[in-house]
Design a protein around this ligand. Structure first.
Ligand SMILES: Nc1ncnc2c1ncn2[C@@H]1O[C@H](COP(=O)(O)OP(=O)(O)OP(=O)(O)O)[C@@H](O)[C@H]1O
Ligand SMILES: [Mg+2]
Length: 277
């Protein structure tokens, strides 16, 4: 959790939840949910207790990507999360399934988010990953201002249009004094299955350049990969497969970087007590 902005309300911790990692972006469609889902599964495979909260209430894709269609029930006042691949899950998509759009305005969204954070029986978690909606709007801002985040992971593609918006997302977190754990360059390149050459579909290296400019780490470069898209569409994310795959290695690198940065961020946030002799 980063230091509080002057005059800000204290953010109450979520009992039992050790680290909260928000996955955001400036631009839509750059792979936030794909990164959040595969990061969560990779962390669970490393032996951690993991939850995944889908904060994209208008376009919740976590149920499809995790292959879960069910309705959560409550025990007393506590909503029981669903589960897949060993991860506890909550999403508006479980409560409003199908193609009907949600026609809610800001205050309703903010209150449902608070319920998802605080009335869901998350139990003991090492990591709660939050898949944010795209952009830097009111819902994202309210959520990060009321949640004791360990830090944020910003997803971008290497294209200039995505990077321009990624910089805004980094600034949003910095403005509210939240730690940016780093940038992920997704859809970084494509290894052509036919000729074997690398194709820089959305350009390449913009994530590294932007990370350097903004003085935040580049956590990983995740290639563009048809199996990753297929895994998302069929509810069998690439990180859940047993067989080795280069894409799984890329997500393992990301998970390790997130673990290290989260631990650094927590140490920074812990006030040191000076003991005088
Ligand atoms: N590295 C990748 N390789 C191949 N396909 C990918 C990759 N990352 C994401 N995709 C695909 O791109 C599409 C958009 O990804 P995703 O839904 O994760 O983006 P998003 O940023 O969460 O979008 P939104 O802003 O709408 O929430 C999906 O079909 C997903 O499967
Ligand atoms: Mg998404």
């Amino acid at each position: 959790m980063g230091p509080q902005a002057p005059g800000a309300q204290p953010k109450l911790p979520i009992p039992g939840v050790e680290n909260i990692i928000a996955v955001g972006s400036g631009k839509g469609g750059v792979g936030k949910t794909t990164v959040a889902v595969n990061l969560a599964i990779t962390l669970a495979k490393l032996g951690y207790d993991v939850g995944l909260l889908d904060a994209d209430v208008y376009g919740p894709n976590v149920p499809l990507m995790m292959g879960v269609r069910a309705t959560p029930h409550a025990i007393g006042q506590r909503i029981q999360p669903l589960s897949a691949y060993g991860i506890k899950l909550m999403s508006m998509g479980f409560l409003n399934p199908g193609d009907k759009p949600l026609v809610w305005r800001g205050p309703m969204l903010n209150s449902v988010m608070q319920q998802f954070l605080r009335s869901v029986d998350w139990g003991n978690l090492d990591y709660l990953v939050i898949d944010l909606p795209p952009g830097t709007g009111d819902v994202q801002l309210t959520l990060i201002q009321t949640t004791p985040l360990t830090g944020a992971v910003i997803v971008t593609t290497p294209s200039d249009v995505s990077l321009e918006d990624a910089r805004k997302a980094v600034h949003m977190f910095e403005q509210v004094r939240e730690e940016v754990l780093g940038i992920v360059e997704n859809m970084s390149f494509l290894d052509c299955p036919h000729c074997g050459k690398r194709i820089d579909v959305f350009s390449h290296g913009g994530g590294a350049r932007t990370a350097k400019e903004m003085n935040v780490p580049l956590l990983a470069e995740i290639p563009l990969d048809p199996m990753t898209r297929l895994g998302g569409d069929t509810g069998k994310p690439i990180a859940s497969l047993d067989e080795p795959h280069t894409q799984k290695t890329a997500f393992e690198k990301l998970a390790q970087a997130v673990i290290e940065r989260a631990s650094d961020s927590k140490q920074k946030a812990t006030p040191t007590i000076e003991i005088s002799e």
